[in-house]
Design a protein around this ligand. Sequence first.
Ligand SMILES: Nc1nc2c(ncn2[C@@H]2O[C@H](COP(=O)(O)OP(=O)(O)OP(=O)(O)O)[C@@H](O)[C@H]2O)c(=O)[nH]1
Ligand SMILES: [Mg+2]
Length: 172
Amino acid sequence: MGIFLKKGRLLVVGLDNAGKSTLLTVLLRNEVVPTAPTHQPVTDMIKVGHMKLRAVDMGGHEIARRMWVQYAQEADGIVYIVDAADRERFQEAALELHKLLASPTLPASAAVLVLANKVDLPHAAQQEELYYSLGLDEIAQSGSTRPVGLYLCSIFERRGYMEGFDWLAQHI
Ligand SMILES: Nc1nc2c(ncn2[C@@H]2O[C@H](COP(=O)(O)OP(=O)(O)OP(=O)(O)O)[C@@H](O)[C@H]2O)c(=O)[nH]1
Ligand SMILES: [Mg+2]
């Protein structure tokens, strides 16, 4: 008897410098290594917990963001990574998240795991500040049935994101 592996397609997005490629490298190769900014989408098969995911690592810079929506139409789940220490960009991060969620091509059932990364940095925001700054309260109040989960993590310290993926596994 084998372990049941849930299969799905995962889109990894978020502003440039949030830590998307760092996360995928950890999940793929179990090591934290410096990564260059992503220009073109990179697809890999990753195993996380009891999920086998075809994950697409998207670029986060402005031009690359235009491709998010295009790739989102095939997603069972979205991981949206935010730099929790970069308050100056919370508004921009929120705007891009809401734009993506408003896209008619995003499947209504696709769950969104928001990972607030870099909580190892001393001035990183906490759960509540992130929740409101990213406008997750508005999503909750909009009556949307889309599952949205917020988890704080540090990829460098390898903590927090597995709890997020456990949550995601319940919703895809
Ligand atoms: N302090 C801290 N820095 C991190 C963490 N994870 C990633 N970084 C750093 O954040 C920077 C950006 O990481 P990337 O993984 O390249 O970011 P990205 O989201 O893939 O960026 P683009 O490909 O440009 O969209 C790098 O300098 C990483 O070393 C973390 O948990 N803590
Ligand atoms: Mg990258």
